[in-house]
Design a protein around this ligand. Structure first.
Ligand code: NAD
Length: 388
């Protein structure tokens, strides 16, 4: 399959990295859909003033995009592939905006998928009468990247060695994987289903788990600086990460008779595989985290409330994405499987308290749980995950 035109949805770091790379590597038209605020206008202004969007750093490219718009009707028609490079909380609204303009048998992919993307996407597409549209998700954004000058230049700090991908219908993934590999410039590891990707998402363990480790006992005292995020993890915090990983492994074992969940690794196994030689001391999970050179110097999210006085930023992505689009969907799947998740419950209750949400009760359906999209029993969940 050759691609003639694709559309990237989003106007942030990831979208401004992917769009020029895809244009160069695929040699096809790349449109950008950026409906938020005046982003489309600012992106067009950047594009008009130079030779196109520039990517610098570990990966380098410069390319002009075909068209940039805040109107889905202008960019989605004619796109064989539509890529959502957005925080997970923008997926559903964006899918609703683009659904009716999608080409017959187009592909819609989320980069990264986070948890429960498949439940939400299948539901929105079905409501729009678009069961012909296939979906896929990548486990992570392949790049650590930051915009340097909006609409002009984005800097890539690092690239993953490989990225796991899953899709629905799974059988069609064979045709898409080579295109994704060309576009991203790295190998794709196939996972058997998007359910596997939801459970294998390690961000849901690491980000809320470390926030809990760092700030679980925080009672309002002002901080003089942001603590180191990964290297600030203590032995007790590492036990929380181990507990979250154990809860997920319990779900994996319960469902493994019915589904291939081999991608759902214990956290330490994943860490050693993903970071390899960057880890100085792999003896324990705690040692592996604090000795990982790739994590060195990164600090926890904080807000400055007075000169050089800080409080933890509980509105940061580490909770805003990884709890409602990570831990809560996983816990809901565990619930359908009849598996208890004591550590996850503790972290979700704590995070929800700081986010003003009762994700274990009243506000569960604000998260991307399967039950919200009509999957109410384990057999429905498994039938959905294995539909071809
Ligand atoms: P970002 O913060 O740059 O994205 C913000 C953009 O998303 C906005 O500029 C807007 O274009 C869009 N957006 C936000 N809310 C929207 C809404 N309600 N409606 C429509 N559009 C909306 O995010 P990013 O850095 O590009 O990250 C994208 C995803 O990749 C996130 O899930 C992030 O956690 C993940 N990720 C990013 C990095 C990185 O280095 N940037 C690394 C790993 C994972």
């Amino acid at each position: 399959m050759e691609l003639h035109k694709i559309t990237v949805c989003g106007g942030g770091n990831g979208a401004q990295t992917l769009a020029p790379l895809a244009a160069l590597r695929l040699g096809c038209d790349v449109d950008l859909y950026a409906p938020l605020g005046d982003e489309a206008k600012r992106l067009r202004a950047g594009m008009d003033s130079g030779g196109g969007l520039e990517v610098t750093g570990t990966v380098q490219a410069q390319a002009r995009l075909h068209r940039i718009s805040d109107d889905a009707a202008e960019v989605i028609p004619g796109s064989q592939m539509v890529l959502l490079v957005l925080p997970a909380f923008a997926h559903e609204a964006t899918l609703r905006q683009v659904a009716s303009f999608l080409e017959p048998s187009a592909w819609v992919g989320a980069i990264p998928a986070r948890g429960g993307f498949d439940y939400c996407a299948a539901h929105v597409l079905r409501e729009a009468g678009r069961d012909d549209v296939a979906i896929f998700g990548l486990q992570t954004l392949p790049w650590a990247c930051r915009i340097e000058e909006y609409g002009r230049r984005v800097h890539v700090l690092g690239v993953k060695k490989s990225v796991t991908v899953a899709g629905r219908p799974a059988a069609q993934m064979k045709g898409v994987m080579p295109l994704l590999e060309r576009m991203m410039g790295l190998p794709m590891r196939p996972a058997s289903s998007l359910l596997s990707l939801t459970l294998a998402n390690t961000g849901q363990i690491i980000h809320p788990g470390i926030m809990f480790g760092l700030f679980g006992q925080w009672e309002g005292a002002l901080l003089e600086q942001a603590p180191l995020f990964y290297q600030g993890l203590d032995a007790e915090g590492a036990q929380v990460l181990e507990g979250l990983s154990r809860d997920i492994q319990a779900v994996r074992s319960r469902l493994s008779e019915q589904l291939d969940l081999s991608e759902v690794e214990p956290l330490l196994d994943w860490l050693l595989r993903a970071y390899g030689e960057a880890i100085g001391d792999p003896a324990t999970l705690h040692n592996a985290f604090v000795s990982n050179a790739a994590y060195a110097g990164l600090r926890a999210p904080v807000r400055e409330v007075a000169p050089r006085r800080f409080v933890p930023d509980f509105s940061a992505r580490y909770l805003a994405e990884d709890v409602p689009f990570g831990l809560v969907p996983t816990r809901a799947i565990a619930g359908l499987a009849g598996v208890e998740t004591p550590v996850m419950d503790r972290v979700i209750a704590w995070a929800g308290g700081h986010m003003g949400r009762d994700y274990l009760g009243r506000d569960a359906a604000e998260a991307r749980i399967p039950q919200k999209y009509g999957l109410e029993t384990l057999s429905q969940l498994i039938a959905f995950a294995t539909e071809s």
